[in-house]
Design a protein around this ligand. Structure first.
Ligand code: TYD
Length: 201
């Protein structure tokens, strides 16, 4: 069986984590082995880098480089081996997040990240990316004050608006791969959208 690489994307508070378990079940029900993982992180070293990049102040270039350093380990140790075993890999964020946050949010030139992308996973792209899209006010309200916000969650509204716009531009550029899910709807309606996308796949 051929491996399947699925990534979940969206601004903070778009609700992607609410659907992870359902997605995994969908594939397990179809008899597939599912590996669930996340970025930044996904490996022991990647999780250490995650702690640093989410909490320590740094230059935007450093931030982008750490994201891709963690990704290098993740691709090598987790993603490629699982795909080679024919498994379904579901990653909570991948390189689209770098283009959305580091380019859209922080303003880094895309050309710089394209070099890193080529370097780190030139021949590997997700088979499907589910982009959970919600208006800024809804995302902010969902994040609420439930926990201590990280460096990205603490950013101002205009940062998140730029991240969202960058995600939507990527979806328009790669319509075959990136499917936009209206994350502002009720849970079961979002699930119906997901089921529809997976059925057509
Ligand atoms: P997130 O999935 O939102 O973790 P949690 O749900 O636990 O808050 O990811 C953490 C943050 O990392 C998120 O705000 C987006 C950011 N990020 C980037 O800026 N660039 C990247 O390449 C990746 C993978 C994540």
């Amino acid at each position: 069986m051929k491996g399947l690489f699925i990534t979940l994307e969206g601004v903070d508070g778009a609700g992607k984590s609410s659907h992870v378990e359902w997605l995994a079940e969908h594939f397990r029900y179809a008899g597939r082995a599912v590996v669930f993982t996340r970025e930044p992180g996904g490996t022991p070293l990647g999780e250490k880098l995650r702690e640093i990049v989410l909490h320590d102040a740094m230059h935007p270039d450093t931030e982008a480089l750490i994201m891709f350093a963690a990704r290098r380990e993740h691709v090598e140790q987790v993603i490629r081996p699982a795909l080679a075993r024919g498994e379904v890999v579901i990653s909570d964020r991948f390189t689209d997040a770098s283009f959305a946050y580091q380019c859209g949010g922080r303003g880094l030139p895309e050309a710089r990240l394209e070099v890193l992308e080529q370097w780190v996973h030139g021949d590997l792209q997700p088979d499907l990316t589910l982009l959970f899209d919600v208006p800024g006010e809804i995302a902010q309200a969902r994040l609420g004050a439930a926990r201590t916000p990280d460096r990205f969650e603490r950013e101002r509204q205009d940062f998140h608006a730029r991240v969202r716009a960058a995600y939507l531009r990527r979806a328009a550029r790669y319509p075959q791969r990136i499917r936009v899910v209206d994350g502002s709807r009720a849970l079961d309606e979002v699930r119906a959208q997901l089921a529809d996308i997976l059925r057509k796949m």
